[in-house]
Ligand binder design. Sequence first.
Ligand SMILES: [Zn+2]
Length: 379
Amino acid sequence: MSKTLDLVIDLLKRQSNTPEDAGCQEAMIARLEPLGFKIERMRFGDVDNFYARLGTEPPLIVFAGHTDVVPTGPLDKWHTPPFEPTIVDGMLYARGAADMKTSLAAFVTSIEEFIAETPDFKGSIGLLVTSDEEGIAINGTVKVVEALKNRGEFIDYCVVGEPTSNKVVGDMIKNGRRGSLSGKLTVKGVQGHIAYPHLVKNPIHLVAPAIKDMVETVWDNGNEYFPPTSWQISNMNGGTGATNVVPGEVEILFNFRFCPELNGEGSTETNLKQRVHAILEHHVLDYDLVWEYSPPYITPRSNLVDAIEEAIQTAYGVMPELSTTGGTSDGRFIADICKQVIEFGPLNKTIHKLNECVGVADIEPLKETYKLTMQKLLK
Ligand SMILES: [Zn+2]
């Protein structure tokens, strides 16, 4: 059996339901310490994180990932128990197999091999591992990055092991993610009996034309790396449950997935907020609006993209596409101290689902990809 497969099976047996780490990080540390890595355990709140570094010289390449997994869902719907990794027909089944313990194991074994083969490599290697990516993500990567930033430690290249492959392993690298801007909008009216319309102000009727305007707005046209910004309502709640009462207010939760470079003045965040307020004010609404923001990031074509592209072609025989699709990832936090962040890992087809799995034959090439990337950047 391969060393990577051995290690991934060990990690998959540990029930690291977010934000639990369940000993995964210590299992990784036990392999890194003998290689000479300086280990810093950084526990924030109830979240285990660690940062490990070998070497003091630039360039610094950091592999980043998370040990926590999402809930299994109904156990009786799994063909095999989610924390008893099982190989059936060439597929390794377990919660976390694709998202993202295979990548974590491949980080460790690729580093072991790279160091054995190239003991006098140039630069430094790091690992940034959290157990708070799938949850609220406030005591994980963001805090470790803050600590590194405060002491002036910057990263040259970062590879996040998220499962980015789409149809076949190697077909997609994420070189950025859209930003996310959520709003909780409360529009106020006047509650009253439905039979006396002159005594009420129906907030649902009042907000309806504003919603139409937002749906029809073209926020931008995207750019070279990003699809156009989209605006969607996720929830709309109003009404007392009674059929004869006009509600006093309606609450609408909406979200932008946005491209970082909108035309116009100021940041994209400010620009989008101003345009939403302008629409609401145009319709003379009485409202409250609370925002929540998560930044985008982008890594333009660069030597990291080139290195991993070449590595993927050698290891998998596939030419990857650059993409910024999908949800947010910890890449957004790391981008604060690292100009080149990319994400590459297994197929995302079964992540967060029942019977999550990876192809056993895809595991060694993943280790190979990470190793070849180091060979190209640290010579
Ligand atoms: Zn993940």
